[in-house]
Design a protein around this ligand. Structure first.
Ligand code: PGA
Length: 289
């Protein structure tokens, strides 16, 4: 099953410039409010994402699993916004272990994945649907059909996108949205240039995203050029957002997300103004803060 572990693709982060970086002095499990340095912000601005720096990715995965476990205990029929990528695999392992131990059940929950490559059927081993089956869905107890992804092979991708928004609304909205971050700042497949008010739609994939995904597809030419993704607004409408970023390769984009200007050039930067967002990074990913 190629493609599952190679990352969702997005290179593009420039080498670090630690000389200019402001390293947070953090303690184990420290929580600090992520300051918003956008010129449009001011001291009375109401909300900003919470940043939590953990020692390593397994601590971050446990923290994220704790959030999901608590949510499902409080609200067994919660709607979970699910994500793919190397960042999520350890979290899904942890959730699967907790399920096997009888700690958490997804039996009444719903799942809505962020995105899927256009043109790939769910049975395609390179699809995100295949990743989700192997990583989580076949290991826990979602009811059949309760955890869904946009159909990459939908005959009418526009109708699929519209239907996706309607399905989320019919479920009462997303209770908890999991996010990774691409090294170009994408969330879902909202590539640089994505608007704050964007909704589920077909998008063109960045060259860098496709180049990074090439290994999983065998060659660049085989990487789909388009995807269906939940929009920035679709994501930010969620009642709770949990973004995870681990490893040194994410340090530069984590800094841009939290300290850079807010805008479409780094779609993840929209989280700066979202008080119900928790950004969990390990020390390596926090290295340039
Ligand atoms: P990754 O992808 O977890 O494979 O780094 C993250 C993303 O592109 O959202």
């Amino acid at each position: 099953m190629v493609g599952r572990w190679t990352g969702r693709g997005s290179r593009g982060a420039s080498p670090s410039r630690r000389g200019r970086a402001r390293i947070l002095r953090t303690q184990h499990q420290s929580s600090v409010r992520a300051r918003t340095l956008s010129h449009s912000s001011n001291s009375t601005s109401s909300a900003s994402a919470i940043l939590r720096i953990v020692a390593d990715r397994s601590e971050g995965e446990r923290l994220a699993a704790d959030e999901i476990e608590s949510l499902l205990k409080a609200k067994p029929d919660a709607a979970l916004g699910l994500a793919t990528g190397g960042t999520m695999t350890g979290l899904y392992d942890e959730l699967s272990r907790r399920h096997a131990a009888g700690r958490v059940s997804f039996a009444r929950a719903k799942g809505f994945n962020l995105d899927e490559y256009l043109g790939l059927a769910p049975a395609d081993p390179r699809s995100f649907a295949a990743y989700m089956r192997a990583s989580l869905l076949e290991r826990v107890d979602f009811a059949p059909g309760a955890a869904r992804l946009p159909r990459g092979d939908a005959p009418d991708a526009g109708a699929e996108s519209k239907g996706w928004e309607e399905a989320i609304a019919a479920a009462g909205g997303i209770d908890l949205q999991l996010l990774g971050i691409g090294r170009n700042g994408h969330i879902g497949f909202n590539e640089p240039g994505s608007a704050r008010d964007s909704r589920t739609r077909v998008v063109e994939l960045d060259d860098t995203t496709r180049a990074d995904a090439a290994a999983g597809f065998g060659s660049l030419e085989l990487v789909p050029r388009q995807a269906i993704t939940a929009g920035v607004a679709t994501i930010l409408d969620s009642r709770r957002i949990l973004l995870l970023a681990f490893g040194r390769s994410k340090a530069s984009i984590v800094r841009r997300m939290l300290r850079g200007p807010v805008g479409p050039e780094c779609p993840a930067s929209w989280l700066q103004g979202i008080g119900h967002a928790l950004v969990v990074v390990d020390r390596e990913a926090a290295a340039e803060l």
